[in-house]
Design a binder for this molecule. Sequence first.
Ligand code: IVH
Length: 677
Amino acid sequence: MTVSNAIRKKVEALRDQIRHHNYRYHVLDDPEIPDAEYDRLMRELQTAERQHPELISPDSPTQRVGDQPVEAFGTVDHALPMLSLDNAFTAEELRDFHRRVADRLELDSGDEALAYAAEPKLDGAAVSLLYVDGRLERGATRGDGNTGEDITHNVRTIDAVPLRLIGKGYPSRFEVRGEVFMPKAGFAAYNAAAIAAGEKTFVNPRNAAAGSLRQLDPKLTAARPLDIYVYAVGLVEGGELPDRHSATLDRLQEWGFKTCPERRVVKGVEGCLAFYEDLGRRRQSLSYEIDGVVYKVDSLAHQRELGFVSRAPRWAIAHKFPAQEELTVVRGVEYQVGRTGAVTPVARLEPVFVGGVTVSNATLHNIDELTRKDVRVGDTVIVRRAGDVIPEVVSVLIQRRPKGAKRIRLPRKCPVCGSKVTREKGEAVARCTGGLFCAAQRAEAIKHFVSRRAMDIEGLGGKLIEQLVAADRLKTVADIYVLTRDELAAMERMGEKSAENLISAIEQSKSTTLARFLFGLGIREVGEATAASLAAYFGNLDSLMASTEAELLAVSDVGPIVASRVRAFFDERHNLDIVGRLRESGVNWTEMEPQMAPEDGPLNGKTFVLTGSLASMTRDQAKQRIQELGGKVTGSVSKKTDYVVYGDKPGSKLTKARELDVVTLDEPHFQKLLKTR
Ligand code: IVH
């Protein structure tokens, strides 16, 4: 039977693709696609070659391990090839592997007594370390398995690589193999620093490890947080090693090598599967990346009996975890509006199975990230979902970008409510200015409005608010005051009685103070203290709403950021409407004389901080007195603070004041100051 041209072409095309990706990965250290995609291409080729063995040629990627090393490093011929591992993706494939092993060893195929050394499959870069008379002689990369690169100058910089062995009994000349990796924390810190410096980041810790080892300048490698666990020996001369893999690793550990603390000896397939389940559960909490588990027949006599097939040993297999990175296509980019109005770009994706679930949305974090990654509609992207972490877009495969794909820009208007979207200088987060009007911010804003320190409406809890918002009964906080007893009674878990109680709590809340009301509005940066300062300074809402930023700056506790936030809030028509409706519903407070600071008060220009409780007055009264005399009260101590007034049980502000040499006043001295002025 002859093979059709179509199949021949398909196999060649697959080989070309795999060769291209081998080159990107091994030679350039800059892979274009996630491992899972590469594995899939390789499996597809393997399947095709299995079905049509006449197509197998010696130059097929399935017939060798990797590709040529780059020429900038010296080359090292591995005395024993550095092989790769076959993969199992399911328990069934693992059982098949075990059956093959048992058959070859002529054991009962259900033999659960067979001991396997189970180890995490570390996601880093394989290295070979040659020791002669206990001294590190040479370090090499795996390269294509037969020939690697001489990276002695770089491996020497890794603290975990012993330059000289300790203990006794090591062979006079032997090669230790292991995985160099960058722990997660080091990886995150490295990338954060790279972003800050405007340099290129690494896509994952494995690329970081491989890239770091392939530096011509060892100083650069030394600055990278690299680590190593050893997991095998290669050539051994002039000495003996134990007859079990696990015992060999124990021995290596005694001589000063790091081995993975998670490694165990398990019995049979069930032991392997239990190890896999356990490690899978704990994977996220490990300090380094792993992408599966490796099982190795523990007995070296058995290993010898089993031998090798072209590229991998018959006595070992890698049992992969579900891929945490996959390729998919971006269908669109939308914006989600959070509680504080933060506008977050979200990629809508062609659904893809990653990290054990189907993912169709991934966060792009913020506009800076979106700009940096330059994600566009139609792009093929790498999505990552690690554990319970929100899926994210890692990077774009630029070479697969469709023609004419346009850059994505920050929307000018909130996609939910149409209000202006603004972004402060130096801030990554863009925000909707819609405030109470914006549906996305509504439920949270309403919860804040009714909270104890604001309008204090008892019985209007979070769950009920969410229900009312979902049912469109609460569009803004103003709607609270038109809720009826009957409609409340109809809500889940509400009875006649509780509805009645709630109606009277709502009624009672109408008499409030300007400070509470302002705080309840949820203007950004306007906390309780600032709301109180604003209320005291302006005395009534109309003057506050009519004030300019410059006037606002005169209020104690108000700086340029707060001033612009307050102004922006009252510049938004929706907010004015809501405030108007609230007043019409009968929300009221006692208006006070504006007590703007006297321009020539005796405490003019003086800044105070209060800490602890005073015996003769409340903190608010103390503040008011200071303000009447022209002083300012702020919340935190700095070199600019003139006085720190302390009462009973002062906090860290007093300590800070003493550190900074700021004048501190106890209550009698404070009283004296107020009187003499
Ligand atoms: S043993 C003949 N053990 O996986 C067996 N390899 O696909 C050779 N790897 O190049 C490898 N963790 O970089 C072994 N505990 C482990 C491993 C491990 C990660 C990597 C290694 C190797 C690749 C084989």
